[in-house]
Structures are given as structure tokens and as C-alpha cells.
Design a protein around this ligand. Structure first.
Ligand SMILES: [Zn+2]
Length: 483
């Protein structure tokens, strides 16, 4: 058993892997010999996965997930570096006999010294991340047995302590974060509503928007049928739920605005210096349900107009009034970096390198949100009409609007105008090492590499370089095997 790799996927198998922040997309294999349809199908997938990227990094919940992940990786790096020789031996032995070194089921496993606190903090950070994104990522144990409130209180506080004065606002030493109100997940007759399904539903609506564009008017109509089929499954759950709560069929544009509202919660330390936050205010599935309910006795202009900045901002202000919830806006300066090259070369601990790229993209996306909210809330529009020229012209410096690093047919690709091969390779090595921490502490068996380019593991020299980077940074004698 290996640890979970969180991912946002489309029905064709393309994915934005959230563990490595790499887009995996192969050239489309369609049954059709029709070139227009093949191009349209590839385009649709790209829109879907890019929408995940922009919504994730351009929303407060996505930024919070990045902060929680980085805090967890920093704690892992610290914990591993402080292991005694005996403890490092225990770790190896424990992994090879199928027992994770840190495990919910066996907690508390480590009762001595600092490891005792690190174990609990790490498990809390892991738990809070997955409850926030998708509780199905927690497969190892019965999710109800862990203390959800303690996990959130402590993890939000740890993230704030680690990031105060940098990505987050200053924090007073005596600040204790507390999440108030009953901490419940959102269940529907069809299954749980999760933040992940909100991202997925939005991406399919973004794809549906593409059928207004000229490319799709001549493409095979089965492409559209595939999307409607997809909407009838899990990815359409938020749309159906919203319509049921509002008491009428809501249009895709309104559902996108509701999702954008849901994905931008108030976060202590990130959008406010207030350390206390209600669970309903924080948890995107709750926010979504509350916002949809607020539509029951109100019809918005957004239902009858083409989505634009003014009407969407107005819609979200009205939602705030009617639901009693607030749109979170990042209060600090997320990133001091201005180029991808700086993110690759500025000295920093490798546990933070991938998130440094994320924060830099996030800060650009948040600037864009201020001037043109629809570029994020209705992301699919970016590929249509006049907007397509504005955003998709490759000469424009808007590389951060789409996934930066990609893998196609097992090969790693990077934006060559912004980083050279050495910088791109370094960034990949750091991503590989940082995303191995979960595996080292919480997984068993060989280290996983399904979140990394396959070609890296087909070359003995590359695997050796990767294992050296892991050993240099952790001191542990373990590594990947050649594929
Ligand atoms: Zn998806």
C-alpha cells in the first residue's frame, strides 16, 4: 500500500496531480479520424485541467491546502532530520514490514522525546488536508475516530505559525486558532459533497462552455454527449444539489459563481487576523450548500446575463448578505518572487520549493481576480472569443494561468522561455523529494512515482541522481527503483 496521491481528473484520464503539481495529459486517443474532433477533444481536456489549476491556486481554499501541505512537508523534513540512528533504523524496518512509521491506527506509536509531538502534529496536518479536499483520501482507518476539531485547530495554527509575516499575516504569540460550531461533513442522498467534487463540477461546466466556440460548432456532437454523461455522475452532484436547494434548475453560469463563492472561505491568518472561524464559514461544501439555499427566494441578474466582472461581484456580495457567510480575500502578500527562474534559483529549503511556485502563481491569479473575477470564476470563458486572444496568445506573459509543468507520454515538459533545462530539472528533483515525505513517514513498500514523469524512472542515471538528492536531504538510505 502506498500513500494517496490527490488528483483532479477528467473522464479521459488526464489529471492535475496535486502531489507534484504536474499536469498529466497525453495526446488524445479518439476513435475518430476527424481532425477537428481530435483537436477539440484535446482542447476540452486542456480546458478542464487548466481550470483546476487556476481555481486551485486562485482561491483561498487552494492556498490554504498549499499552506497545509507545505507545513506538513516542513515538519516531515524536520522530524526526519532529528531521528536518532536507532529511530531511523526503526523507520526502515517498520516500512519494510508493512507498518507505516506514522499511522492513525497505531497512534501513539512514539512516546519519547520530540517525536511524540511531531507524530501528532503531522497526523493532524495530514488529516485536516484530506478532510478539506476529499475525505476519501483517508483510507487507512475509520475517519470518525480522529478528533476533527483538534486536527483543524492545531493544523491551522501550525500553518499560521510557520507562515506568519510571509504568506500569512503577522501572528501574536498567544494566538490560539479555534474552529467553532459543529464540524460535520456534507452528506447528500448521492454521497458526500466534497471540495474536490466542486472543482470537478466547475471544470466540466468550463468544458461545456467551449461548445459556444467556433471550433466546437463543427466537431463531432458525441463530444458534448460525453460531457452530459459525465454530468449525470459524481461530477454533476453539486449542480443537482444546488438546483434542489434553490428549488429550480440553475444555469451553469450561476453554479460556477456559487462554486467560486464556496472555494473562497475565510481563513484565519490568511484572509483575517481573527483566529476564530466558524466551520460553516470555512468548509467549502457547507458554503456551497448555504449559498445554493440562499437562491431559493432570490433571482439574480447573473441568471439572465452573460457573466461579467460587475455582475459576478454583485452576485457574490448579495450571497454574502443572504447567506451570512463571507468571501475570503487574501490579506497578505503571498509571494515576493516575480519569475519562475527566481522560484527555481532563490536559496530555500527544498520542502518549500514547489509551494513557492504555487504561491507565485497564486499571487498573479489573485491580482487577476481583482480586475476580472470571471477569468477565474468562469474560467472556461478565457478560451472563447476576444478573451481567447487576450489570454491564450503564447507571447503574453500569462503562463501562470495554466499548469506550469506537464508530462506527456511519460516525458517531462517545462516552459522553456521561463526556465532552462537545469532549472526545470532542479524543480522536478525538489518536487520528487518533497512529495516523498508522505511516503517515507506514512507509506510502506517501494516509494511511489505515479505522480512523476515515467521517463525519469527508466533511466538508471536519473534514478541515481534522484536517490542521491533524497539521501542528501534526509540522510535516509532509501530510494526509488528503476522502472
Ligand atoms: Zn477534473
Amino acid at each position: 500500500m502506498t500513500v494517496h496521491s490527490p488528483r483532479l481528473q477528467n473522464s479521459g484520464g488526464a489529471e492535475l496531480n496535486l502531489r507534484s503539481q504536474i499536469l498529466f495529459q497525453d495526446p488524445t486517443r479518439t476513435r475518430t479520424s476527424d481532425l477537428v474532433t481530435a483537436v477539440a477533444s484535446w482542447h476540452k481536456t486542456y480546458v478542464h485541467e487548466s481550470s483546476h489549476w487556476a481555481r486551485y491556486h486562485g482561491s483561498t481554499v487552494g492556498i490554504l491546502l498549499t499552506l497545509l501541505r507545505r507545513t506538513r512537508d516542513q515538519l516531515a523534513a524536520y522530524t526526519i532530520s532529528r531521528l536518532s540512528r536507532r529511530q531511523a533504523g526503526d523507520l526502515r524496518e517498520s516500512r519494510s514490514s508493512g507498518r507505516p512509521f506514522l499511522s492513525f491506527k497505531r497512534y501513539p506509536q512514539h512516546t519519547g522525546g520530540e517525536l511524540r509531538y511531531d507524530e501528532l502534529d503531522w497526523l493532524n496536518l495530514y488529516y485536516a488536508y484530506y478532510v478539506l479536499l476529499d475525505p476519501e483520501g483517508l483510507t487507512e482507518f475509520d475517519a470518525t475516530t480522529w478528533d476533527l476539531r483538534a486536527a483543524f485547530d492545531n493544523s491551522l495554527e501550525d500553518a499560521w505559525r510557520q507562515s506568519a509575516g510571509v504568506e500569512m499575516v503577522e501572528r501574536r504569540d498567544d494566538t490560539r486558532v479555534s474552529v467553532t460550531g459543529p464540524l460535520k461533513l456534507v452528506h447528500t442522498p448521492e454521497g458526500p459533497l466534497t471540495t474536490r467534487t466542486l472543482f470537478e463540477c466547475a471544470a466540466v461546466i468550463d468544458e461545456l462552455f467551449q461548445f459556444d466556440g467556433s471550433l466546437f460548432r463543427v466537431a463531432d456532437p458525441t463530444l458534448r454527449e460525453i460531457l452530459h454523461e459525465e454530468m449525470s455522475g459524481e461530477y454533476g452532484l453539486p449542480w443537482r444539489l444546488a438546483s434542489a436547494l434553490a428549488g429550480r434548475n440553475l444555469g451553469g453560469s450561476v453554479v460556477l459563481a456559487l462554486i467560486d463563492f464556496a472555494l473562497n472561505p475565510v481563513v484565519p491568518g490568511l484572509t483575517t487576523a481573527d483566529p476564530s472561524v466558524g466551520w460553516r464559514e470555512l468548509y467549502p461544501p457547507y458554503r456551497f450548500a448555504a449559498a445554493a439555499k440562499a437562491m431559493a427566494d432570490w433571482e439574480s441578474d447573473l441568471e439572465f446575463q452573460h457573466p461579467g466582472h460587475e455582475v459576478t461581484v454583485h452576485f457574490q456580495r448579495m450571497l454574502e448578505k443572504r447567506s451570512g457567510l463571507h468571501m475570503g480575500r487574501v490579506a497578505s502578500r503571498l509571494s515576493g518572487l516575480s519569475t519562475l527562474r527566481e522560484a527555481a534559483t532563490t536559496p530555500m529549503h527544498l520542502a518549500g520549493r514547489t509551494s513557492a511556485v504555487s504561491f507565485m502563481c497564486a499571487s498573479r491569479l489573485l491580482d487577476l481576480r481583482e480586475e476580472d473575477v470571471c477569468a477565474l470564476s468562469h474560467y472556461g470563458l478565457n478560451f472563447l472569443d476576444d478573451r481567447a486572444i487576450r489570454f491564450i496568445d503564447p507571447d503574453r506573459d500569462m503562463w501562470w494561468l495554466c499548469p506550469v509543468f506537464q508530462v506527456s507520454q511519460g516525458e517531462y515538459r517545462w516552459p522553456a522561455k521561463h526556465v532552462n533545462i537545469d532549472e526545470a530539472t532542479d524543480l522536478l528533483l525538489y518536487t520528487a523529494v518533497a512529495s516523498a515525505y508522505d511516503d517515507v513517514l506514512h507509506g510502506v513498500g517501494p516509494l511511489a512515482f505515479d505522480h512523476l514523469p515515467r521517463s525519469l524512472f527508466e533511466d538508471g542515471g536519473e534514478v541515481e541522481a534522484l536517490n542521491k538528492a533524497l539521501k542528501d536531504s534526509t540522510g535516509l538510505d532509501m530510494g526509488w527503483h528503476q522502472a
